[in-house]
Write a protein of this length. Structure first.
Length: 235
């Protein structure tokens, strides 16, 4: 039975700076203004995010509990077990629990019968999929591909195989400073007829989302993706 006195809100963060009014519903500000405990991946950037919302609250009055990829179940369980009030998880970018360590807190919350409430906000995975023109009926997100060049090519060819054989959209990301190399590797090693979508700086004023076959990508000038958050999709 759920404990009605405790709720865990899953609070989306911005994908691009200064886009509050266009991507965050008013509900998020209202909930955050009445929440005092937050599980966050990075305290410094979260404080900056909350300050930018101008909620009229004193940041130093809030409690921030770090939750990153190194946080263990054993470390986090007592923090949630001892909760006496509502709390929130704030993703570093996008939605908590989606390619994000916040999923661990959600798992524990369910075990403790804390009510989990997901809030509407931007998700780079879903927005890229929506804008790609590829299948949204069947898709898979793979996170980061191998850094080693040979292993990366091997993985890309496996994703290409799944995209064609299963008609399943394949999504993945790269560390922003290696985006250009990733695009070059895709164009060099995969079938010219395969369609590739590049979704960069989603929701930002300079958002770039384009789907072309590899043959078409090779004909034109490639976008500069260096140090810009990107999603790559094969369809």
């Amino acid at each position: 039975m759920e404990n009605p006195e405790r709720k865990l809100y899953l609070i989306p963060n911005l994908l691009a700076d200064d886009t509050h009014s266009s991507v965050l519903p008013q509900q998020i500000s209202e909930i955050m203004a009445n929440t005092r405990i937050f599980f966050v991946e990075n305290v410094k950037t979260t404080r900056r995010f909350i300050s930018s919302l101008k909620l009229g609250i004193v940041i130093d009055s809030l409690t921030f509990i770090e939750l990153d990829k190194y946080t263990t179940y054993e470390q986090l369980f007592p923090q949630l077990y001892q909760l006496k009030e509502n709390a929130g998880i704030i993703s570093e970018a996008g939605c908590p629990g989606i390619a994000d360590p916040g999923s661990l807190a959600v798992e524990i919350a369910h075990a403790l019968n804390i009510k989990v409430i997901p809030l509407v906000g931007p998700s780079s995975i879903l927005l890229a999929l929506m804008a790609s023109g590829f299948s949204g009926q069947s898709f898979a997100f793979h996170g980061y591909l191998p850094i080693d060049k040979d292993e990366r090519v091997k993985k890309l060819r496996l994703l290409e195989k799944d995209a064609l054989a299963k008609k399943q959209t394949q999504l993945f990301i790269e560390t922003p400073y290696r985006n250009n190399q990733m695009l070059e590797s895709i164009l060099k090693n995969l079938n010219p007829a395969l369609k590739v979508c590049v979704a960069c700086n989603i929701t930002a004023p300079d958002e770039f989302i384009k789907t072309k076959s590899i043959a078409e990508w090779k004909k034109g000038t490639l976008p500069d993706l260096h140090k810009k958050p990107c999603m790559f999709l094969l369809g």
